[in-house]
Design a protein. Structure first.
Length: 243
């Protein structure tokens, strides 16, 4: 069953018209046909079953069949604060961590971050990343689209650690015995801090720890920056499902 988010849509009316990029994707990418079924979600906890009733060149009309129960939300609300990397690394993290169960993302600027974003480009970047999160949430069958926050420095983000039940700083172990699982409990909010290719600097590690973050090492091996967040999200949700 194909999922489509229509944030703000009234899913209680009998018919809906879908246009813009959503219609383009349905018509030209998914090649949807009249009579096919869709699950529509308003990104506010409501979902319905709909049937395609009409296809235009730039629009799709659907008939609402009945309300349905939306997919379950992850048992732990995980926010990934990911240091920006070269190329499409951050986009890769958004895609795959959304599929696994992350609830929000914060693009992070650190001392060793090579990519620089000025205020003028920030809004357009966040808009693009939000579309990537929407597409990944639709593909994965999520109940809500993960939120993309504005670009933040580690120092500024440290002032917000108290908003989370746990803040985990992913950093290579000093010795093999330091390796442990990233954990959280059902109902908690967890912030994961992931450094760039060169890792967090010693000063940043000290800053994060002084602000309340717990240093966590996921593996005795060196993980790529775009891999670390995925491992952490997987571990946390897996541990929660077992309890």
């Amino acid at each position: 069953m194909r999922h489509l988010f229509l944030p703000g849509a009234d899913l209680e009316q009998l018919n809906l018209a879908i246009d813009g990029s959503d219609a383009h994707h349905l018509i030209n990418v998914l090649r949807i046909r009249i009579g096919e079924s869709l699950t529509l979600l308003d990104n506010a906890g409501h979902a319905c079953l709909a049937e395609v009733s009409e296809l235009g060149k730039k629009s799709v009309s659907v008939r609402i069949v009945q309300p349905v129960k939306p997919p379950p939300n992850p048992p732990i609300e995980i926010t990934v604060a990911q240091a920006l990397g070269k190329g499409d690394k951050f986009e890769t993290v958004i895609q795959h961590a959304t599929e696994i169960g992350a609830s929000a993302f914060i693009p992070l600027l650190t001392e060793r971050t090579v990519v620089k974003i000025d205020a003028q480009d920030s809004d357009s970047k966040v808009s693009r990343w939000s579309l990537i999160a929407k597409g990944a949430a639709e593909q994965a069958g999520r109940a809500r689209i993960p939120r993309i926050d504005t670009v933040s420095s580690l120092k500024d983000l440290g002032r917000r650690f108290s908003q989370f039940d746990k803040s985990l700083l992913l950093h290579p172990p000093e010795k093999e015995s330091d390796v442990g699982l990233a954990q959280g409990a059902a109902g908690e909010t967890v912030l994961i801090l992931v450094g760039p290719e060169g890792g967090f600097s010693p000063a940043e590690v000290a800053l994060a720890k002084s602000a309340g973050a717990v240093r966590t090492s996921l593996s005795p091996f060196t993980l790529r920056t775009e891999t670390a967040a995925l491992v952490a999200v997987s571990q946390i949700l897996h541990q929660a499902d077992r309890k």
